[in-house]
Design a protein around this ligand. Structure first.
Ligand code: NDP
Length: 451
């Protein structure tokens, strides 16, 4: 009899907690997947025998390293850098780099674990990884950012490569940081290869990458609504965050006829009951992008809008919600209020923005819920296309990429649906995404034997 015959979900989670003490985000992410997978593999002995879930929940490798740099006042600063390579059963490791003061091993392990299923769902050959540093880019000069990025890559370069592990951007890492890191990689190795994605268009980047995550989230929302016999037209939508994912989600929702009424940052949210227009969103992009301003300034710039300090947007009544800022920003109380106010669907733009308790509330209230690993996979999908363009040294046209992104999101929606049957006819996308993402990785791992 296999050892795992004796292990139920609680025992499995006890083991995860024992092996990863204090890593609450990682434990939360594993639990959220394990709940559905335990059910799915109950009668599939082959996955039990090979201990597949236990193996996916143990990263292939966690690298952590010292990053020293000098600030503008010649003080020596020391940060910690990481790369978590979770699983490469179906392709080279792939996942973003996050520079934020909250970064720690638990957060990066959760993100790398999630990325494994997300990348699998895209249908493209990519494994799962994540990395970053507790470096806080806020208030740093351009030279300080450059020196930090160069020092970070001076260690990272030995762990990555175009067929090994291809990092990208995430919170705090945009085109500027990718540029400094790519420049340093090229300088150290003397090789011009697609080792990073999210590059500038002139030096190997892909069109549509910038928009892909936010646009993809709204496509997924559109597909969920369409499957339920509804559409985006005329719906009121709340969005949190005001970074790359948030502004592009708002932009696509606006194009498809929704009225988007909120955005936020770490200081609070803005409410514009009239809804954003293209011009207003362009202002936000300029203000938050190059000028790195605060979202509160929006309320001073545009009449009728208000700023709510220290709050998140979830008390604003809406039909649709897209949390696009960070993990654990929608709690059970928020979910209850959203459901009470008539929420029809939520699609996660950020990674794990809704807590497990919040997701439970939404499921019980019959609200359609698009989990991050499905809904925000458009970004990594176009990164996969950037890798393909780099390997072939051919750049795709914008219309080709836009249409591929739309197809990929539709494919993800379809893959989720195959396993999404919930109680009373509820379409359980979270369960569907977990099972569909798991199956491809698990079957590849079975083919490789015990490694
Ligand atoms: P950005 O750095 O461009 O923007 C992040 C936004 O979230 C900012 O508005 C920021 O506010 C806000 N934010 C960050 N931390 C917090 C916090 N602790 N509390 C409240 N607000 C916060 O990042 P992205 O838009 O790229 O990423 C947003 C989310 O989407 C992340 O979860 C990321 O992992 C996920 N994601 C991103 C992808 C991409 O292609 N970029 C792909 C898939 C997922 P402030 O300006 O005040 O810091």
């Amino acid at each position: 009899m296999a050892i795992s015959d004796h292990v139920d979900l609680d025992q499995f989670m006890d083991g995860v907690k024992r092996r990863n003490p204090g890593e609450t985000e990682f434990q939360q992410a594993v639990y959220e997947v394990a709940v559905d997978i335990f059910d799915y593999i109950a009668d599939k002995e082959i996955y039990h025998e090979a201990q597949i879930l236990r193996r996916i929940a143990e990263p292939d490798r966690v690298v952590s390293f010292r990053v020293c740099w000098e600030d503008d006042n010649h003080n020596v600063r020391v940060q910690r850098g990481y790369r978590v390579q979770n699983n490469n059963a179906i392709g080279p490791y792939k996942g973003g780099l996050r520079f934020h003061k909250s970064v720690n091993q638990s957060i990066l392990k959760f993100l790398a674990f999630e990325q494994t299923f997300k990348n699998s769902l895209t249908g493209l050959p990519m494994g799962g990884a994540k990395g970053g540093s507790d470096f806080n880019p806020k208030g740093k000069s351009d030279s300080e950012i450059m020196r930090f990025c160069q020092s970070f890559m001076t260690e990272l370069y030995r762990h990555v490569g175009e067929d090994t592990d291809v990092p990208a951007g995430d919170i705090g890492v945009g085109a500027r940081e990718i540029g400094y890191m790519f420049g340093q990689y090229k300088r150290i190795t003397n090789r011009y290869v697609g080792v990073l994605t999210g590059k500038g268009i002139e030096w190997g980047g892909s069109l549509v990458r910038k928009e892909a995550t936010g646009y993809g989230v709204v496509y997924f929302l559109e597909d969920m609504l369409r499957h339920a016999g509804e559409g985006l037209e005329g719906k009121v939508m709340t969005v949190s965050g005001s970074g790359n994912v948030a502004v592009h989600a708002a932009e696509k929702a606006l194009q498809l006829g929704a009225r988007v009424v909120t955005l936020s940052d770490s200081e609070g949210f803005i409410h514009d009951p009239d809804g954003f227009t293209r011009e207003k969103l362009e202002w936000v992009k300029r203000h938050k992008g190059h000028r790195r301003g605060r979202i509160s300034a929006y309320a001073e710039e545009f009449k009728g809008a208000s700023f709510h300090e220290g709050e998140r947007p979830w008390r604003v009544p809406c039909d649709l919600a897209c949390p696009c800022a960070t993990q654990n920003e929608v709690h059970a109380d928020d979910a209850r209020l959203l459901a009470k106010n008539g929420l029809k669907a939520m699609a996660e733009g950020a990674n794990m923005p809704a807590t497990n308790d919040a997701v439970k509330v939404l499921r019980e209230a019959g609200v359609l819920f698009g989990p991050a690993k499905a809904a925000n996979a458009g970004g990594v999908a176009v990164s996969g296309l950037e890798m393909a363009q780099n390997s072939t040294r051919i750049a795709m046209r914008e219309d080709e990429l836009q249409s591929l992104l739309r197809d990929i999101m539709q494919g993800i929606h379809g893959r989720c649906l195959e396993h999404a049957q919930g109680p009373d006819g509820y379409v359980d996308y979270a369960k569907g995404a977990n099972i569909a993402g798991f199956k491809k990785v698990a079957d590849a791992m079975l083919a490789f034997g015990i490694v």
